[in-house]
Design a protein around this ligand. Structure first.
Ligand code: PEP
Ligand code: MG
Length: 570
């Protein structure tokens, strides 16, 4: 079965299937005022018992951050005045008993959340369902029960339609080595808890999972999102070897999660993540990231029929700021054009789209679009440490023009008495050779650089990054590309500005020591690569990296450079 691997790892074990029955309506109506009052009292009592129960879990369990925030969400929902008002309304006006009233109200709320666009909010419907069953259990006089009383045998893989927040908290998971669920998403509770406990999980496996029965042999490949049921001995043997290798590797990396990326000779390096939405924030912190080095805002503009409004954009940036724990988040203004098309924005066909009307060039031409995005980012800047970054800058005039539009956006907000961070930092991507060569000039205009090696490499080498036929020529270790990168870092630091890298090269383990040797101290990459790069940083020194850098800069071909770096990485 194919699902989504959300908490990586490999497990081999026996299935324990959790089947949940949906609460059934009784249809019993209340007869008189006295029964109505009694029913409201019974509901209030059940809510207060449910609250006591959560408090007692909080007091008696050692909880991780994620688990604590899960319980806090539950307490918030328990005291939600709307849920309470709706239930009482159904008891009073429709004469429903408390069980039926609650089931209906929770059903409505669940539906409301399940229809939301935001994946994170959709996943919150599980919280509401869960709080509903918690109150219902108390209404029935049973208290919370069932799942936390399960006894799991060693090497159990829990199979379920979905696992509720309370179940993940209260079940005795000492022997649980994996979760596979029919439903779920990257931000559902099974995911959050499985990740925080380091238990492999595959979610969204679909209905096929319903055929699994207790004690089936299960292999969970949560790296590739695959679940095997009763596989052959050959597959089991193969995965036994893979599991051992994976465990050895990850045990080493896991230990680094809360360790700062500091080299052996004491240099602190920042390791941030490249993300494209609020849902990715969980992965940043799960992997021990220091913030967001690149928020690609294009996703917000895709999969829709028209440009997002200022308010819609504001909500998007705000939700990311709120989840950023006040760590820096670099928001890159829209980088459409090239290979990124918007169906509702009719761009004329171009002979060379990668050299054409794209990114900052569109923004400077279509000031209306640009200023809308800038105002939205500025408004969200009071909710976190947001910074603005312009893509595809090729000369100093573009920076000046873009900055003057930022000033206009600020003036409009000021005029409307809307708060924003007046001191917001402004930087640029260095991804066009002319920008890399003139880094000394551009550095005087901005607060930071971020090197985009994906484009820098394609433009320097004249190799289309999308063209399979010439992919062997796409080579970030070409001495020409390396000299440009080196110049950017050198000039940036000479002018006292931050220099980071957010292109794919930042996550290439072969490149880490070379970049450290060049003086790069800010790497941004897909969140999952952070532990691997951190491992290299904490086990090496700047002195060694400087040496490697000096040797590399004297080499005349990328073959030699790559062979040398591969050996140095051993
Ligand atoms: C880059 O060009 O290196 C970069 C990070 O931007 P993108 O891949 O979005 O073009
Ligand atoms: Mg780019």
């Amino acid at each position: 079965m194919k699902g989504i691997g959300v908490s990586p790892g490999i497990s081999i074990g026996r299935a324990f299937v959790i089947k949940k029955t949906e609460p059934a309506l009784t249809g019993i109506l209340l007869k008189n005022e006295a029964e109505i009052l009694l029913e409201i009292e019974r509901f209030d009592l059940a809510v207060s018992h449910a609250a006591d129960e959560i408090e007692s879990i909080k007091a008696n369990t050692v909880l991780q951050d994620e688990e604590l925030s899960l319980l806090e969400t539950q307490i918030e929902l328990l005291t939600d005045p709307q849920i309470k008002a709706d239930v009482i309304e159904k008891i009073e006006s429709d004469k429903k008993n408390a069980n039926d009233a609650l089931i209906e109200v929770i059903g409505n709320f669940v539906q409301l959340f399940e229809n939301m666009d935001d994946e994170y909010m959709r996943a919150r419907s599980a919280d509401i369902k869960d709080i509903g069953s918690r109150i219902l259990n108390h209404l029935d006089g049973q208290g919370q029960g069932k799942v936390n009383t399960y006894k799991f045998a060693p090497d159990t893989i829990v199979i379920a339609e979905d696992i509720s927040p309370s179940d993940t908290l209260t079940m005795d998971i000492k022997h649980v080595t994996g979760f596979a669920t029919q439903a779920g998403s990257k931000t559902s509770h099974t995911t959050i808890i499985a990740k925080s406990k380091g238990i492999p999980a595959v979610v969204s496996c679909g209905n096929a999972l319903a055929t699994v029965v207790n004690n089936d042999v299960v292999i969970l490949d949560a790296i590739n999102g695959i679940v095997y049921i009763n596989p052959s001995q050959e597959i089991i043997d193969d995965y036994t070897i893979k599991r051992a290798a994976y465990r050895e590797r990850t045990d080493k990396l896991k230990a680094l999660k809360d360790v700062l990326a500091i080299t052996r000779d004491g240099k602190r390096i920042t390791l941030s993540a490249n993300i494209s939405g609020a849902d990715d924030m969980e992965d940043v912190f799960y992997n021990g990231g220091d913030g967001v080095g690149l928020l690609r805002t294009e996703l917000l503009f895709m999969d829709r029929d028209s440009f997002p409004t200022e308010d819609e954009q504001f909500e998007f940036y705000k939700s990311i700021a709120l989840r950023s724990k006040n760590k820096p988040v670099i928001v890159r203004t829209i980088d459409i054009g090239g290979d990124k098309h918007l169906p509702y924005f009719n761009l004329p066909a171009e002979l060379n789209p990668f050299l054409g009307y794209r990114a900052i060039r569109i923004c400077l031409d279509r000031k209306d679009l640009f200023i809308t995005q800038l105002k939205a980012i500025l408004r969200a800047s009071v909710f976190g440490d947001l910074k603005i970054m312009f893509p595809m800058i090729s000369n100093v005039q573009e920076i000046k023009s873009a900055k003057s539009i930022v000033a206009e956006a600020k003036a409009e907000l000021l005029n409307d008495n809307i708060v924003f961070n007046a001191d917001i930092k402004i930087g640029i991507m260095i991804e066009i050779p002319s920008a890399a060569i003139t880094a000394d000039i551009l550095a005087q205009e901005v607060d930071f650089f971020s090197i985009g090696t994906n484009d820098l490499c394609q433009y320097t080498l004249a190799v289309d990054r999308m063209n399979e036929k010439i992919s062997h020529l796409y080579d970030p270790f070409n001495p020409g590309v390396l000299r440009l990168i080196n110049n950017v870092i050198e000039q940036g630091h000479k002018h006292n500005i931050h220099v980071g890298m957010c292109g794919e090269m930042a996550s290439d383990p072969i490149a880490t020591l070379l970049l450290l040797g060049m003086g790069l101290n800010d790497f941004s990459m897909n969140a999952a690569s952070i532990p691997t790069i951190k491992n290299i940083i904490v086990n090496n020194s700047i002195t060694k990296a400087r040496n490697i850098y000096k040797n590399v800069m004297e080499m005349n071909s990328s073959e030699k450079i790559i062979a040398y770096l591969q050996e140095a990485a051993q």
